[in-house]
Ligand binder design. Structure first.
Ligand SMILES: [Zn+2]
Length: 398
């Protein structure tokens, strides 16, 4: 057997092995033959590499000048091909709205952006971000994605966008899409549950506690804040099923990891369950406390003798009591928005307030609006991502 036969055979890429190319690049078992001028035009990394003295002394060969002497790139084949496409399209063509450009999906754009970042093709990287923003568009008003993309694909895009330090605009859009994969259904479909688990894995893999917290919250919200199987079924059917305190209904009324036989495979991990429960409990408790009108926080400059708020306390309790029993307002933000509507809170101007200091009425209005406005950002406080090892022991007993 000759040496030549021992060498692994590489396949010439059908699209990007140019006969007149002068730069062989190997990716996995595929050989590409590109043009140095094209590479230098876009990539700082290749430009610098070609400036370096190449190969050992006495060896006239230059890296990449022969099939058996390629430059090796440790990239995925699919990503490399997408990047080649962008290199040869050139930035002028990328900027246009030609059909080839429109055919590219969000995954290809992420591939291109990833390698453009790695090989320092600044213009192409910037283009890829813009193309992604365009492809991930959501409805301005409802925030709903214009089309659905699988969570695994979204996870890849988020990972690329995080690792390349792209503008927050890309990450924000990907997260909106990911949340949508969990929250798009109001019944606990196996798909939504599987997606919850995938999104949590993505968030944990990237150390993105904010995304994990939003995933837990939107899951609970989509389930109308009902973790008990029987009760949820009743709500969906809009009537109570027959039960007695003696039958096994209470035992079969299992918790969140038991959604039904088909979903047994999709249980959350124990740590994930703990976080879900923690958020569920603390947000439910806060909603419970809202049956009484909240006080204005002590930090604000409220006049000591302001009694404007007191005149609204009774009305607050009356309305809060009414919507407290209504499942439509199980979510704390829905509850507060409904209270704002019923008490016309946005029209509280403190006109009747006299004396120095600010009016408690106005302060409370601001606090409610600030709470609602910053709610998504505050979710990590309700669903803390730090693992609490002692909890695992407590739950293991059940
Ligand atoms: Zn006042």
């Amino acid at each position: 057997m000759s040496l030549r036969e021992e060498r692994p055979e590489y396949t010439r890429d059908s699209d990007y092995y140019f006969d007149d190319g002068n730069c062989r690049i190997r990716v996995n078992n595929y050989l590409f033959n590109l043009h140095r001028t094209i590479l230098c035009r876009s990539s700082v990394v290749f430009r610098n590499m070609f400036l370096l003295p190449q190969s050992g002394e006495g060896n006239p060969s230059v890296d990449g000048d022969r099939d058996d002497h390629p430059i090796v790139c440790h990239d995925s084949l699919e990503a490399f091909r997408a990047w080649c496409w962008a290199l040869y399209a050139g930035i002028e063509e990328l900027g246009g709205s030609n059909s080839a450009n429109a055919r590219l999906g969000e995954k290809e754009c992420a591939h291109i952006g990833l390698l453009a970042h790695k090989y320092e093709c600044l213009a192409i990287e910037k283009w890829a971000q813009g193309a992604l923003i365009q492809r991930l568009s959501v409805d301005d008003h409802s925030g709903r994605p214009s089309r659905s993309i699988s969570p695994l694909r979204l996870g890849y895009i988020l990972e690329v966008s995080t690792n390349c330090n792209w503008t927050s605009a890309v990450g924000d859009l990907v997260e909106k899409h990911l949340i949508h994969t969990i929250a798009s259904s109001t019944t606990p479909s196996p798909v939504c549950l599987r997606n919850l688990r995938i999104v949590l894995e993505i968030a944990e893999g990237l150390g993105n506690g904010q995304l994990a917290a939003r995933a837990y919250y939107h899951h609970l919200r989509s389930q109308k804040w009902c973790l008990a199987l029987r009760e949820r079924e009743d709500r969906i059917a809009e009537k109570a099923s027959r039960f007695s305190l003696r039958d096994d209904a209470r035992r079969s009324d299992r918790w969140v990891n038991h959604w039904g036989d088909e979903s047994l495979m999709m249980e959350l991990t124990e740590a994930q369950e703990v976080r879900l429960y923690r958020g569920f409990i603390s947000l439910s408790a806060l909603r419970g406390r809202l049956r009484n009108m909240p006080e204005v926080s002590r930090q604000s400059w409220v006049a000591l003798d302001c009694t404007c708020l007191a005149s609204h306390e009774k009305k607050w309790r009356e309305h809060a009591q009414k919507i407290w029993v209504d499942d439509s307002f199980n979510d704390i933000t829905d509850f507060l928005v409904e209270m704002k509507r019923r008490l016309s809170i946005d029209s509280w101007t403190g006109k009747a307030h006299s004396g120095p200091g600010s009016c408690a009425l106005v302060e409370l209005k601001d606090e409610i609006n600030n709470f609602l406005g910053g709610f998504e950002a505050s979710l990590t406080e309700f669903f803390p991502t730090r693992s609490l090892p002692w909890f695992a022991g407590v739950f293991a007993r059940y």
